[in-house]
Write a protein that binds this ligand. Structure first.
Ligand SMILES: Nc1nc2c(c(=O)[nH]1)N[C@H]1C(S)=C(S)[C@@H](COP(=O)(O)O)O[C@H]1N2
Ligand SMILES: [Mo]
Length: 319
């Protein structure tokens, strides 16, 4: 692992976030120069992988868990990202040449502000925060990921949705040339997801633009993806190109493909089995082949922040 001391980081590297994506520097140079550092100024004990340039001006968040983060290696090589293949190690292998730039994000629908923005301009108004979140896949495995992102609630408020906007819909890039998995009809492309306005303005969801202090790696949804820690991982749509404020509940990819298994809400719920398996326990990735499974928590442990959103909903029917 290539790592540097804080003192090895030139001040010129810690600049505004406007152009950090241009700074995607491979650290081989640092290694050649003989740097052998151990901690990062931003992450204390978490040793960043040192592949990309560090993201500047990242604040810590009170919403972070103090559980040990899953290794960078596991986070970036055990993925679901069907645009690059359906096996867990496919995204890392097949997204190597993907260039997440230039990148535009279109914001449309029922909002005072809409438009099409370059990635850098899109994120410029917002603060970067490190959010270490527990993540739970519907396939009964979990990770702890030190994301860096911007608050989705801040983004929603910035665009000023009108009273007609009841939901926020998201779409992934549709480009079978750049995303070879889209040449097969394993899902109806583009990948789609959605949240209610109340969910999208809850303080927890973020649009992640990095992890382990650095720009988001391709297998994790570069350059920008959704992270909703109390929901199953499939809500966390990757490589977003469109955000729409809509009146009707939007279609979502997994609900379209297998409605009898995947609903709109997708809240982590140990009490309701998936039709083909239990959701009561989970395997923490990296904890070893023989590690015992741990219990899954209601709302993935984030109930104090989100349970009120579902008061009065039967969570067995509204899954
Ligand atoms: N566009 C897109 N987004 C996606 C997926 C996908 O196949 N395509 N898979 C989802 C699923 S099922 C999970 S569990 C998470 C995995 O995120 P990670 O690989 O960064 O851990 O991404 C979600 N976002
Ligand atoms: Mo998932």
């Amino acid at each position: 692992m290539l790592i540097r001391k804080p003192t090895d980081i030139r001040p010129s590297e810690i600049t505004s976030k406007d152009n950090y994506l241009n700074r995607r520097q491979f650290m081989a140079a640092g290694a050649a120069a003989g740097s052998i550092a151990l901690t990062s100024p931003l992450f204390g004990a978490i040793v960043p992988p040192g592949e990309f340039a560090k993201l500047p001006d990242v604040r810590k968040s009170r919403f972070s868990t103090d559980e040990t983060p899953t290794s960078y290696d596991d986070v970036t090589t055990y993925n679901n990202f069907w645009e690059f293949g359906t096996a867990k190690d496919d995204p890392a292998k097949n997204s190597k040449d993907f260039e997440p730039r230039p990148w535009r994000i279109t914001v449309d629908g029922h909002a005072e502000k809409t438009g099409s923005f370059h990635f850098d301009d899109f994120i410029k108004p917002f603060d970067l925060e490190e959010r270490i979140y527990r993540m739970r896949c519907v396939e009964a495995w979990s990770m702890v990921i030190p994301w860096v992102g911007i608050s989705l609630a801040d983004v929603v408020k910035h665009f000023q949705p009108t009273s007609k906007a009841k939901y926020v819909a998201f779409e992934t890039l549709h480009d079978p040339v750049r995303m070879p998995g889209q040449r097969r009809a394993v899902l109806e492309w583009p990948y789609r997801e959605g949240l209610t306005i109340a969910e999208a303005t809850n303080p927890l969801p973020i649009l992640a633009v990095g992890l382990y202090g650095e720009a988001l790696p391709n297998p994790n949804g570069a350059p920008i993806r959704l992270v909703v820690p109390w929901k199953y991982g499939f809500k966390g749509i990757k490589s977003i190109v469109r955000i729409s404020f809509v009146e009707k509940r939007p279609q979502t990819s997994w609900n379209m493909s297998q409605p009898w298994e995947y609903g709109f809400y997708a809240n982590v719920n140990p009490e309701v089995d998936h039709p083909r398996w239990s959701q009561a326990r989970e395997r923490r990735i990296g904890s070893g082949r023989f590690a015992s499974k741990q219990p899954t928590l209601m709302f993935n442990g984030y109930g104090e922040h989100v349970a009120h959103l579902y008061k009065g909903l039967d969570l067995r029917k509204n899954y």
